[in-house]
Design a protein around this ligand. Structure first.
Ligand code: FAD
Length: 438
């Protein structure tokens, strides 16, 4: 069975790491002091560092592992707006003005990524591919159409619905009952994008110190001391950019972040004819199931990269791979002979209100909680945080107004994840089955 699923050269590391080998930094001593210390070298931390160094602040970025070891080099490369809720949902919760401001922030963040890539000539396979969001039931399709109708034209950015009859023009599958196409979404190679950011930060004088976690942050007389296994560093400002890997060195943030594993497989190369049939428009694909799936062709359009949440509790990539493969075959039965070459996972950061949060707690800046869709928001909000630390006037955005709340029952160990995933799995199966029948 395993032989039929895994290719002979199977590895349990991201496909992206093969295209862009991991950067190596020489082991260097920790400086005694710096204007800014940033914990985390993913998009958030580096985007902040690019702004602080641009404004002449000496900046040190620490990472507990290698540079970009977290989600920023492991993700699916689907660049959306990152705001989870629809305009009608946001309107009900916050009213028209705030809903508009939030949707616009998401759109602005996606545009920011495109502009940033172009301005800095980052070679990361950026493509305006758009996204097809499939409805797993007729009920979900009707709901999609209604949501789009209720969204003001100015906020739709050209999105349009596709009926079940038309859908083969978008995806070579009859799995969905129609869907919606959002042309504003794009695709990148996430590790190449990260490499571009890293090069820029280093060129601007930022110092990156890897395998050096910040283990404690103390403030005395307006100066912070950050402890690490390599010693301590004093600084005027600290930015915590640890997202799904936020740990007990920042307990206030840890109590507000729910780390959830997200898993991806890459297939062997398919024939050109096959990939053109399955993914004819090169869209990014997501769907309406509660247990999220997301997939796409790789930048050379040879392999399928298929991701999602597959297991009740966190597991090994070798165990998640056959489960993801089954979800892929449900949608594309014709790839049953294609083997898996890569399987990997990473921890995304959910928050209780499903919004990212940035702000200051006890004088420490934080920016995190992208709920699984963070390429654009981590880049954009990381930059806002860097500008704020650099004392620049234009850092504000509507997400500053949202309080970062935890729950009394949560101390950083997501004990409720197993029952929640189980519940959503049953709900997805029942709603798919019921609606497929009628
Ligand atoms: C499998 C997967 C698929 C995804 N797909 C998509 C997608 O298609 N589209 C999308 O928009 N988003 C996607 N995401 C989410 C997206 O990748 C993240 O939102 C984004 O990369 C977050 O960036 P970040 O810099 O905040 O965090 P990360 O990139 O996770 O970086 C955090 C870093 O902090 C470091 N760290 C932790 N503790 C410490 C400490 N104490 N001191 C120093 N360093 C520390 C970690 O080692 C890590 O490198 C996906 C995520 C995963 C895991």
């Amino acid at each position: 069975m395993t032989d039929r699923i895994f290719s002979r050269d199977y590895v349990s590391s991201p496909y992206w790491w093969e295209r862009t080998p991991r950067p190596k930094f020489q082991d260097c001593p920790l400086p005694k002091s710096s204007d800014v210390v940033i914990l985390g070298s993913g998009y958030t931390g580096l985007s902040a560092a690019i702004q602080t160094t641009r404004h002449h602040l000496q900046t040190v970025v620490l990472d507990a592992e290698d540079a970009g070891w977290g989600c920023s080099t492991r993700n699916g490369g689907q660049v959306g707006t990152g705001i989870k809720a629809s305009y009608p949902e946001l309107c009900r919760q916050f009213g028209d003005d705030e809903a508009t401001a939030l949707i616009e922030t998401g759109r602005r963040s996606a545009q920011w990524v495109e502009d940033f890539i172009q301005e800095n000539k980052i070679d990361c396979d950026y493509q305006n591919s758009g996204r097809f969001h499939g409805a797993h039931s007729p009920h979900e399709f009707r709901h999609m159409c209604k949501t789009l109708d209720e969204t003001p034209a100015a906020l739709r950015t050209g999105a349009f619905t596709i009926s079940a009859e038309q859908q083969r023009a978008e995806i070579g599958s009859d799995y969905y009952c129609g869907g919606i196409v959002d042309p504003a979404c794009a695709s990148i190679d996430p590790a190449r994008y990260h490499r571009g950011m890293l090069n820029l930060a280093v060129q601007q004088g930022c110092q990156i110190i890897t395998r050096c976690p910040g283990t404690n942050i103390q403030k005395q007389g307006g100066i912070f001391t950050v402890s690490t296994p390599k010693g301590t560093i004093q600084t005027r400002d600290v930015i915590v950019a640890t997202n799904g890997y936020t740990g007990n060195s920042t307990p206030w943030m840890q109590r507000r972040i729910i780390p959830i594993g997200s898993y991806i497989i890459a297939t062997e190369p398919l024939t050109e004819g096959m990939i053109n049939e399955l993914l004819p428009t090169n869209r990014m694909i997501t769907d309406t199931l509660k247990l999220v799936v997301y997939y796409r062709a790789c930048p050379e359009r040879r392999r399928i990269l298929f991701g999602g949440r597959v297991s009740i509790s966190e597991t090994e990539p070798a165990i998640s791979a056959p489960k993801l493969r089954q979800l892929m075959l449900d949608r594309f039965p014709s790839v049953s002979h294609i083997r898996i070459t890569h399987s990997w996972m990473g921890f995304v950061a959910y928050t209780f209100d499903k919004f990212p949060h940035l702000g200051i707690h006890d004088g420490v800046h934080y920016c995190m909680g992208y709920c699984g869709s963070g390429i654009s928001l981590s880049s954009y909000l990381g930059a806002r945080t860097g500008l704020k630390v650099a004392g620049q006037p234009d850092y504000e955005n509507p997400l500053d107004r949202h309080e970062f709340k935890g729950r009394l029952y949560y101390q950083g160990n997501p004990w409720f994840l197993k029952p929640s995933v189980f519940y959503y799995r049953v709900r997805d199966r029942l709603s798919s089955r019921k609606n497929r029948k009628g």
